[in-house]
Design a protein around this ligand. Structure first.
Ligand SMILES: [Zn+2]
Length: 491
C-alpha cells in the first residue's frame, strides 16, 4: 500500500519535472527575432521647412464626404497644385497621372525594368470635423499650426504626414542624385475614408490593365505603439500583414403585428431579440493562428521572463492566453471574427407591435473565415425559421490575403524600422481597420500596413477625433524612414 502511494507520487513528480524542464528549455530557446539595428543611412532632413510644408497641406481641407457628389473638387485641385509647387524635383523626375479627377498616381521609373515595382501609398482625403467638437480643438483643425513641438490639425496623422513624408523622402533622394533600381509608384487616393471605390480601386484596375505585377505595397494601417502592448516595455512597430473582412447581416423576424392590448406569447420583437442575444452569447471561436500568432511569436520573445514563459509554451498555455486576450476588446478583435449588433427597428408607435422587426449585425471577419462561413455560422446559431437572415448591402469584403514575413520584403521593412528607430521592436500584426491598400491584393501578395507614427494609448482617440497632431521629431523620423526604406528596397 505505502509503496504504491510512493510510486504514484514519484510518478507525478517525474511528470511535473519533465513538464517544467520542457517549459524552461522552450523559454530559453525562445530568443529574439529582431534584426540587428544597423546604422541609418546618411540622410538630412530640414525639419523646419518640411514641417511648414505639412502644416500648409493641412490648411487645404480635402474632406471626404459620405456622399461622393459632395466632394469639393476645388480643394483637391488646390491640393494637387500645392504638391506640384512644394516638390519640384519629384514633379520633374516622376510621371504624374490624375486618376478619376482627384486621385494621384506617380511613377518613378527604375533602372531595371525587369524588376517588380513597389508601391508607397497614402491617401489625401481627411474625415470632416464634427461641428460640435470644434471648440474642443486646441488649435483650429484646418489652421495648420506648429506649436508645443507638434504639427496640429485634421490629417496630420490620417494621413497627410504619410503622403507628404513620402514626397519629402523622394525629393531628398532626388537631390542626392538617387535613382531607384526598381520602379516606385506613389499612390494617393482621394476617397479612402469612403472605401476607396473612386480612387484606389481605379488605380489598381489601371495598373492591372497595364499588366503590372508588384513586389510589395506599403500603406497606413498600423503604427509604432508606445506603452500599449501589454508585457513589453519597448515601443513596438506593428506591421500589418493582413486586414480583417467586413460584412453586415440583416435579421428580420416576421409575424403578426397589431394592437399591443392583446399580444401573442411571442412577438416579432421578442423573436428578433432572442436571435440577436444568441449571436452575442455565442461568439465566433477564438483562434490563435495566422497574423495574431505571428504577433505573439515576435513580441513574446521580448517580454519579461514569466510572460515569456507563457508565450514560449503555447502547447500548454494557449487556453490561458486566449482567455486573457478576449478580456480586452482590442486584443479580442485580433483573435476572432467579431459580432456587433448595430441597428434595431420595430414599430414607430408605443401601442403598435410591428409585423416585421429588423436588426443589423456587423461582422469583422478574421483571416481563415469567409463571408460565406460567417453567414453559415449565423444561420446555425440563430436556428429559427421565423428569422430571415441575409447579407446587407454591397460592402461585403472577405479578409485580405496574408502577406509574407519570411520574405525579403518584410525584412526590408523590419530593417528600415530598426535603423531609424533602433529601440523599437518590430512585429507582424493584424490590421483591425480597413485601408486603401486592400484594393491592391490582386497585384501582389505582400501588402503591408505600416506608418512610422508613434502613438500612445492616449493618442489613439486623435485619429478621426479632436486635437489630431504629430510630433515634429516624429515627422522628421518618418521622412527618414521612407528614405531608408526606398534605399533598402534597392539592395
Ligand atoms: Zn487613413
Amino acid at each position: 500500500m505505502g509503496k504504491t502511494v510512493i510510486r504514484v507520487f514519484a510518478g507525478i513528480f517525474a511528470v511535473v519535472l519533465i513538464v517544467l524542464t520542457i517549459v524552461l528549455l522552450k523559454t530559453i530557446a525562445f530568443t529574439s527575432k529582431q534584426v540587428k539595428a544597423e546604422p541609418a543611412g546618411d540622410f538630412t532632413v530640414d525639419a523646419q521647412s518640411s514641417a511648414q510644408r505639412l502644416a500648409s497641406a493641412i490648411r487645404i481641407p480635402t474632406i471626404s464626404y459620405e456622399n461622393n457628389a459632395d466632394v469639393k473638387g476645388t480643394e483637391f485641385r488646390i491640393f494637387h497644385l500645392y504638391l506640384d509647387k512644394s516638390f519640384p524635383k519629384l514633379h520633374e523626375a516622376l510621371k504624374k497621372e490624375v486618376i478619376n479627377n482627384y486621385s494621384l498616381l506617380y511613377t518613378w521609373p527604375g533602372r531595371d525594368l525587369k524588376l517588380k515595382p513597389i508601391v508607397l501609398m497614402a491617401h489625401m482625403d481627411v474625415v470632416p470635423v464634427e461641428e460640435k467638437t470644434i471648440n474642443e480643438w486646441k488649435y483650429k483643425p484646418f489652421e495648420g499650426r506648429i506649436a508645443e513641438g507638434y504639427i496640429w490639425g485634421r490629417g496630420t496623422l490620417d494621413n497627410k504626414a504619410n503622403l507628404l513624408g513620402i514626397m519629402e523622402a523622394v525629393e531628398g533622394l532626388l537631390a542626392k542624385g538617387f535613382q531607384p533600381k526598381q520602379t516606385i509608384y506613389i499612390v494617393s487616393g482621394h476617397d479612402e475614408e469612403q472605401g476607396g471605390s473612386q480612387g484606389a480601386v481605379k488605380i489598381a484596375e489601371l495598373l492591372k490593365s497595364r499588366g503590372v505585377v508588384l513586389d510589395y505595397v506599403i500603406d497606413e494601417g498600423m503604427v509604432i505603439t508606445d506603452g500599449i502592448m501589454p508585457g513589453v516595455a519597448a515601443r513596438v512597430g506593428l506591421v500589418g500583414i493582413a486586414e480583417k473582412g467586413f460584412m453586415s447581416v440583416e435579421l428580420r423576424a416576421k409575424g403578426v403585428g397589431g394592437h399591443s392590448s392583446m399580444p401573442p406569447r411571442e412577438t416579432t420583437v421578442g423573436i428578433l431579440c432572442k436571435a440577436v442575444t444568441k449571436l452575442e452569447n455565442n461568439p465566433f471561436p477564438a483562434r490563435l493562428d495566422g497574423p495574431a500568432k505571428h504577433l505573439f511569436d515576435y513580441v513574446g520573445r521580448e517580454m519579461s521572463f514569466p510572460s515569456k514563459m507563457i508565450m514560449a509554451n503555447l502547447w500548454l498555455t494557449e487556453g490561458l492566453l486566449k482567455s486573457q486576450l478576449q478580456k480586452v476588446n482590442t486584443t479580442n478583435a485580433m483573435i476572432r471574427t467579431t459580432t456587433a449588433p448595430t441597428m434595431l427597428e420595430g414599430s414607430t408607435r408605443d401601442n403598435v407591435m410591428p409585423n416585421v422587426a429588423r436588426a443589423v449585425v456587423n461582422f469583422r471577419i478574421l483571416p481563415g473565415d469567409t463571408p460565406e462561413s460567417v453567414l453559415e455560422y449565423v444561420r446555425k446559431t440563430v436556428n429559427d425559421p421565423r428569422v430571415e437572415i441575409k447579407p446587407l448591402g454591397k460592402e461585403i469584403q472577405g479578409p485580405s490575403p496574408v502577406a509574407g514575413i519570411d520574405t525579403k520584403n518584410f525584412q526590408v521593412i523590419q530593417k528600415s524600422i530598426r535603423q531609424i528607430f533602433p529601440d523599437v521592436i518590430v512585429a507582424p500584426s493584424l490590421a483591425i481597420v480597413a485601408s486603401d491598400s486592400r484594393h491592391f491584393a490582386g497585384l501582389t501578395r505582400d501588402v503591408y500596413k505600416f506608418a512610422p507614427m508613434i502613438l500612445k494609448a492616449s493618442d489613439t482617440g486623435r485619429l478621426h477625433g479632436i486635437n489630431e497632431r504629430i510630433a515634429l521629431d516624429n515627422y522628421t523620423q518618418l521622412i527618414k524612414f521612407y528614405m531608408q526604406l526606398i534605399t533598402n528596397s534597392q539592395m
